[in-house]
Design a binder for this molecule. Structure first.
Ligand code: PAF
Length: 276
């Protein structure tokens, strides 16, 4: 892959890269389409990265369907699928990890302490193998996007990171490979995440600037679903991920939710800009 990317680069061809863990959905496809719009050659990787799962998480049962992924990518005219074996990426003597500090210690980092170290390590490895000019990530994993942007910026990595909008089902549920775990009843319950975000937006549009009030209204909606169990619901500064108590004109924030629906842990978020 690296040799092939070097060849493409020497021919002056731009390389767009979409790293995924497979079980592709419209969210991934939107990243591929963005890459195809902007780059000459588009590479998608499928690799269920063991280092970003902790021992109590769903690595073994993470959904996989290579045949389906392959035909989806073929239909979308993806140029290259990079599909390495875990032992190729992490041979027995593998010893190097990449850690972003600070921003990884809050929210997802608190609930999944080793997760971002695994993400930054694999993304670094994949960047070094695929050698992209541009790499595409989905806003659905808002903190992952911020962590990757920080890593790329701090390490002066020679590529551009493009963040693409969340893709939702018609009823509002953010697309995720993990949605497949939901039973029919849980699938309905899962709508409380996007509904809580809609409610927050409505309150903000109507002039509410007190974060505690907004969060209380959101929690009330989440609690309506019998199968829900909230990990966190926060409004943070868009750039620093620090919690805020009030919203101010001209500032950008993120509303972030992580919530279990039954046994399935879902995340969702929205960007808020206060204009007046
Ligand atoms: O967002 C994902 O699917 C994964 O975290 C990524 C970026 C492919 C790294 O394994």
């Amino acid at each position: 892959m690296q040799q092939y990317s070097n060849k493409l680069r020497s021919e002056g061809k731009s390389i767009g890269f979409v790293p995924t863990m497979g079980y592709l959905h419209e969210g991934h496809i939107s990243l591929l389409r963005a890459s195809k719009n902007e780059c000459v050659v588009s590479v998608v990787s499928i690799f269920v990265n063991p280092t970003q799962f902790s021992p109590n998480e769903d690595l073994a049962k993470y959904p996989r369907d290579f045949e389906r992924d392959f035909s989806l990518l073929e239909k979308e005219d993806c140029d290259i699928l990079f599909y390495p074996e875990p032992s190729e990426i992490y041979p027995p003597n593998y010893q190097t990890y990449v850690v972003v500090d600070g921003i990884t210690n809050v929210l997802e980092g608190q609930y999944r302490p080793t997760h971002f170290r695994g993400v930054t390590t694999i993304v670094n490895l994949l960047f070094n193998i695929v050698l992209p000019h541009k790499a595409y990530f989905g806003q659905k994993d808002a903190q992952q996007c911020a962590v990757i942007l920080k890593m790329v910026n701090d390490l002066r990595m020679n590529l551009e990171v493009r963040i693409c909008p969340i893709i939702r089902e018609s009823d509002g549920l953010a697309m995720s490979s993990r949605n497949i775990y939901l039973s029919d009843a849980e699938r309905i319950d899962a709508l409380v995440l996007s509904r809580a975000i809609i409610t927050a937006n409505e309150l903000i549009i109507s002039g509410e600037r007190n974060v505690a009030e907004i969060l209380n209204a959101m929690v009330a909606i989440i609690n309506r679903a019998k199968s829900s169990s909230l990990d966190y619901i926060e409004i943070v500064d868009f750039f620093t991920f620090e919690k805020v108590e009030k919203l101010f004109k001209g500032k950008k924030y993120l509303i972030l939710i992580a919530c279990k629906i039954g046994k399935t842990r879902l995340i969702d978020n929205d960007i808020i800009t206060i204009n007046s």
